[in-house]
Design a binder for this molecule. Structure first.
Ligand SMILES: Nc1nc2c(ncn2[C@@H]2O[C@H](COP(=O)(O)OP(=O)(O)OP(=O)(O)O)[C@@H](O)[C@H]2O)c(=O)[nH]1
Ligand SMILES: [Mg+2]
Length: 233
């Protein structure tokens, strides 16, 4: 029987992604996959996040682009391990690229793994990277209707970062309409409004992040206890 090529690629990706998910569960590392249009502000958002995280946090970042090391250079200023994934032509990251670029990093003790996907609202949506959640970044300069035009990513993302809200006085963008459209596509999506320029909304975002990281650590400990309980020696 012939399997269409796209289906085959996606099922191979899924296999690698499940392996990654299992390693990240074992280490209790919360992994987030950030997806948004080119220039939505993904890197600036991660930069401010790295700046604001409590000093004891163990975090690593992978950042994907078609070309250049620019984003990795920006992100590496905060003292955490950062690697650039240059896809050359591909408009998205895949699980194999993530697996390859994690090579040599000790996941044990890593609290957070941030993955900035290639700037694109379509291609990255179908590729599981073993993450705990996809986070969609939409900036107020892009128009309120993006959730309706590109519903796939808004349906799959757990959290929408409505970014660059410092620009609201200068652009004809109605945040309540953007929220309504996002919820029409995905009623349970969480929404946090932020500005990486002013830091607005980062208190809420860091609370969201800490709660998710705690849950991930708790399930790791539970799994360890369950495993210890089954030991026969
Ligand atoms: N006013 C304002 N500008 C921002 C904000 N966040 C990012 N920018 C600007 O928007 C531009 C794009 O930001 P990046 O962080 O490079 O965007 P990106 O999503 O990482 O872009 P790609 O990686 O190319 O897809 C830069 O000029 C940033 O300085 C913000 O919150 N407010
Ligand atoms: Mg970027």
């Amino acid at each position: 029987m012939e399997v269409p090529i796209e289906k085959k690629v996606l099922s191979e990706n899924q296999r690698v992604a499940e392996g990654l998910r299992s390693s990240l569960s074992e280490s209790g590392t919360l992994s987030l996959n950030f997806i948004g249009s080119p220039g939505a502000g993904k890197t600036a958002f991660l930069e401010r996040t790295l700046q604001m995280l409590p000093a004891r946090t163990q975090v690593a970042v992978l950042t994907g682009d078609l070309q250049t090391e620019n984003d990795a250079q920006r992100l590496s200023r905060y003292g955490y391990p950062v690697r650039q994934i240059t896809t050359v032509g591909a408009c998205h990251l895949d699980a194999r690229m993530v697996e390859k670029h994690l090579n040599g990093w000790d996941l044990a003790g890593l609290d957070l793994l941030f993955i900035e996907n290639v700037g694109n609202l379509v291609c990255p949506t179908s590729y599981d990277l073993g993450e705990d959640a996809k986070v969609v970044v939409l900036s107020v300069a892009e128009g309120e209707d993006k959730p309706l035009k590109y519903p796939g990513i808004f349906r799959k993302a757990e959290l929408m970062i409505l970014n660059k809200i410092d620009l609201l006085p200068y652009v004809p963008f109605q945040p309540e309409l953007a929220r309504e459209y996002a919820r029409r596509v995905h009623p349970e999506i969480e929404i946090i409004e932020t500005s990486s320029l002013t830091g607005a909304g980062f208190d809420r975002w860091l609370e969201w992040l800490a709660a998710r990281a705690d849950t991930k650590q708790a399930s790791m400990r539970e799994a360890q206890h369950a495993f210890a309980g089954t030991r026969s020696w």
